[in-house]
Design a protein around this ligand. Structure first.
Ligand SMILES: Nc1nc2c(ncn2[C@@H]2O[C@H](COP(=O)(O)OP(=O)(O)OP(=O)(O)O)[C@@H](O)[C@H]2O)c(=O)[nH]1
Ligand SMILES: [Zn+2]
Length: 336
């Protein structure tokens, strides 16, 4: 799979340094080599629900992890009581290096980034065709976030009973983003749900979307409620159900390998953290054209060499237009 701008987490595990020379060297060995592997399914304040050998257990972060966050999708090492019995609490002592990090800044001028999901490889951008009206700038922002994080985007256009997908698909055609068009009624039929599941097979897909677009309807169809309960996640999250948690929630795709990661509805998708130089890698045929760009070119400025590159016929002008449109979404506008 192609990966753009893969980058690992910078706030690495901080282990308190031991007092220098206070111990014989022979005692230095990897800590917690007996830890069991687990997958983080959801996080509710300090309580982290993990899947360990088909069992759902609750754990908390060990002190030695310091400020390092543990997020949904993280592969972790766990010690302690792993029985999953009621009122037991295990300890997460290790977070494996992440293959991808989906970040979100609450606002563009808010430098505080949150890691939303770790280790996903696909971003499903859920948009209703009507009610609420599609917001192309929000879609563009999600695409930029996907390209920046190295996730493959998938457009999921819902409520096709209310409006046609044609106009939106035309806008996104130059980007070559794969898409599925669905409606609640269609999803009730097995083959439509299967068609969507096929897109998710073998992948870890994070679902994002504005509130009200039908994301819950979609996710519940793809992973029926009884499966939620079977994973124990809903009960484990202090029995209050999923809507009270602000964390994402990982659900196993039925009948196939793969994970659906539902994330809380977003109103905006801040892009403070995005490095424009990574976005260009989603447009591989434009990359050679940037060789003549001024240093640190944003590719959205007067001296950018891409205009000439396209004029010379090396690439489709619609692709450059789309790139510029995506880059422009980094500037915040009213309504974002
Ligand atoms: N007409 C139509 N309505 C739909 C469809 N899918 C969902 N809805 C309705 O749209 C509303 C929102 O659906 P949800 O699935 O709750 O949307 P959501 O994106 O999870 O929204 P939040 O729970 O607010 O995050 C509900 O009233 C659904 O019944 C569809 O395909 N067509
Ligand atoms: Zn340029």
């Amino acid at each position: 799979m192609r990966r753009y701008g893969k980058h690992t987490d910078e706030d690495d595990v901080r282990v308190r340094p031991g007092r220098k020379g206070s111990r014989p060297r022979t005692s230095i060995r990897p800590k917690h080599e007996d830890a069991t592997d687990g997958l983080v399914l959801t996080v509710d304040r300090g309580r982290i629900t993990c899947l360990v050998d088909e069992r759902t257990i609750i754990a908390m972060k060990a002190r030695e992890l310091g400020r390092k966050g543990v997020v949904v999708g993280d592969r972790v090492g766990i010690v302690g009581d792993l029985s999953g019995a009621k009122d037991t609490l295990a300890r997460i002592v290790r977070v494996e290096p992440r293959t991808s990090v989906l970040r979100r800044t609450a606002d563009d001028d808010d430098p505080y980034e949150r890691v939303v999901v770790a280790n996903a490889d696909q971003l499903a951008i859920v948009t209703a065709l009507a009610d609420p009206e599609p917001r192309p700038r929000l879609i563009d922002r999600c695409l930029v976030a996907a390209f920046d994080a190295g996730l493959d985007p998938l457009l999921v256009l819902t409520k096709s009973d209310l409006a046609s997908a044609d106009a939106l698909l035309e806008t996104y055609a130059p980007l070559g983003v794969p898409y599925v068009v669905t409606s609640r009624d269609e999803l009730a039929e097995d083959d439509t749900a299967e068609r969507v599941r096929e897109r998710l097979a073998g992948r870890i897909t994070a679902f994002v979307g504005h509130s009200g677009v039908g994301k819950t309807t979609l996710v519940n169809t793809l992973v029926p409620q009884d499966r939620h309960r079977a994973t124990g996640v809903v009960n484990a999250v202090t029995g209050r159900g999923r809507h009270t948690t602000t964390s994402a929630l990982a659900l196993p795709l039925p009948g196939r390998e793969g994970w659906v990661i539902d994330t809380p509805g977003v109103r905006s998708f801040g892009l403070h953290h995005v490095d424009p130089s990574r976005v260009i890698h989603a447009f591989p045929e434009l990359v050679p054209g940037t060789e003549r760009c001024p240093r640190a070119c944003s590719h959205d400025e007067k001296d950018c060499a891409l205009d000439q590159w396209v004029d010379e016929g090396h690439a489709d002008p619609a692709r450059l237009y789309s790139l510029r449109r995506l880059l422009a979404t980094r500037e915040r506008r009213e309504g974002d």
